[in-house]
Design a binder for this molecule. Structure first.
Ligand SMILES: [Zn+2]
Length: 190
């Protein structure tokens, strides 16, 4: 993301256009950045809060734009939130909810557990039942355990996403600036 931004900024520094064209890939970007740092400060370096596409200084932070477009209303019997299209477009990232795995795996676990318990009670009542029946119950139990493992795995995946990836996404959102003129979103490196 940082690399992308630097590359985009370089395009607006006329002195560097020749050298910027040589640069390809990540190594090239690093080389460009070094030259950029040694040379004269560019306009976007002096004022980083400037759109790197149209040059307008009218950029606004995504959290501000989100706040501006979000209105809460309340009456005697109603309350709620309305959001403009602009606010919806710059909505902050949300942590993932834990409900989905329960909805996906829950019914399968309940059905398999019910079948297994029905089979087990049948074996308990009629111990002379065939071997096939007990193996079927074992299969149900195995599938039930598998569904449990699946649910736990997806819950852990969500927890890992919320712990490791979500804070990064949120910090990036906080540093995102939107140009009011052309709508370009740029992430400012800290
Ligand atoms: Zn712009």
């Amino acid at each position: 993301m940082r690399g992308e931004f630097s590359r985009a900024s370089l395009g607006h520094w006329p002195d560097l256009t020749g050298r910027a064209r040589i640069a390809t890939g990540e190594a090239g970007v690093a080389r460009c950045r070094r030259v950029w740092n040694q040379g004269m400060p560019s306009e976007s370096q002096l004022n980083p809060y400037r759109c790197d596409q149209c040059g307008a200084a009218n950029v606004v932070a995504a959290p501000v734009l989100y706040q501006e477009g979000t209105r809460t209303y309340s009456g005697t019997f109603y309350s709620g939130v309305t959001q403009s299209h602009a606010a919806l477009a710059v909505a902050p990232p949300k942590p993932r909810g834990y409900l989905r795995p329960f909805i996906l795996w829950g019914p399968a676990i309940i059905i398999l557990a019910a079948w297994a318990s029905v089979g087990m009670s049948a074996i308990y009542k009629h111990p002379s039942s065939s071997v096939l029946r007990s193996s079927t119950v074992a299969l149900f139990l195995l599938l039930c355990a598998g569904a449990n493992c699946g649910m736990i795995a997806s819950l852990r995946r969500i927890a890992r996403h919320n712990r490791d990836i979500y804070p990064h996404l949120y910090r990036t959102w906080e540093r995102t600036f939107i140009c009011r003129r052309c709508g370009r979103a740029l992430v400012l490196p800290l």
